[in-house]
Design a protein around this ligand. Structure first.
Ligand code: PMM
Length: 278
């Protein structure tokens, strides 16, 4: 698949091989279970599988690169061998390097290379696509760093700083995808404001990936009795996918693929029918 010429928003399905991710942690830890889950996401219409071995939710236990590799590399190798486009969600350069050797075509770094200063070199040397996500601090400290005057302008400016670092290390412009990092050092109000001004991120000059799926800020729009349950946020997630696809974002990262896949097609039908009326 041509990653950058699909003519529509791509759907990236989440394959967490972790015991502690906030919405589905532990369910896919065994490699066989993770593979079965990934294949279901493909059947549901996923364009990309995002395999992660370390949870980044606030307060999650950090795992070292060796344990992370142990969890994910077999899964990455198998899915790549089956011909799927695999992304690996990691902040560790060692893991990124091993993942590319195992067949990953995208490294998805929620820290935008702040967590590991060696990441830009690995991305430059391997030449793979790289998601530079905005965050501040670490998963332990990020909630306390969610203070902004103008969240949109500040996140754009901080992402520009990450782009400079990447390009200084020799990463090519065409390799880089930007992500505003919903929920990473952002409260609900910040996330909604970023979504409302998503067009302003186009000024960065890179394709945009957005991960809203099942995040806590969506609790505010589901019926109160269900709000605490992440799985009940899938309808709201698909609604956000439709809005983002209508704005032409490059990809959405979601847990439940089918509703977002349909939402992308709805947006595409509407966009295709916008030609002038006779
Ligand atoms: N969110 C999570 C993990 N990885 N990657 C990108 N690029 N963007 C995101 O918003 C993002 C991410 C947290 O969600 P999870 O724990 O359910 O994977």
């Amino acid at each position: 698949m041509d990653l950058f010429d699909a003519g529509r928003t791509l759907v990236m399905g989440v394959v967490n091989v972790t015991p502690d991710s906030f919405s589905d942690g532990g369910r896919w830890l065994a490699p066989e279970a993770a593979l079965a889950h990934a294949r279901r996401l493909i059947d549901d219409g996923a364009d990309i599988l995002d395999v992660g071995g370390e949870s980044t939710r606030p307060g999650a236990r950090r795992v070292d690169a060796a344990e992370e590799c142990d969890r994910i590399l077999g899964v990455v190798r198998e899915l790549a061998a089956e011909g799927h486009t695999v992304s690996v969600d990691t902040v560790n350069a060692v893991t990124a390097h091993a993942a590319v050797a195992a067949g990953a075509r995208i490294i998805n770094d929620v820290s935008g290379s702040l967590a590991d200063p060696d990441m830009p070199r690995v991305i430059a040397e391997t030449g793979v696509a790289y998601v530079a996500q905005h965050w501040r601090g670490t998963p332990e400290t990020m909630n306390s760093l969610a203070t902004y005057g103008d969240v949109v302008a500040e996140v754009v400016a901080e992402l520009r700083g990450r782009l400079d670092t990447l390009q200084e290390a020799g990463v090519r412009h065409e390799q880089i995808i930007c992500d505003p990092g919903l929920g990473f050092a952002k409260d609900a109000g910040h996330n909604w404001r970023i979504l409302a001004h998503i067009d302003e991120f186009a000024a960065l000059g890179h394709p945009l990936l957005v991960g809203a799926s099942r995040k806590r800020f969506l609790a505010g729009v589901v019926p109160p009795a269900l709000a605490a349950q992440p799985l009940e946020r899938d309808h709201a997630t698909a609604a956000i996918t439709a809005l983002l696809a209508h704005h032409g974002v490059w990809a959405v990262r979601v847990h439940e693929v089918r509703p977002s896949r349909d939402a992308v097609r709805v947006a595409r039908m509407v966009l295709e029918n916008r030609r002038p009326r006779e």
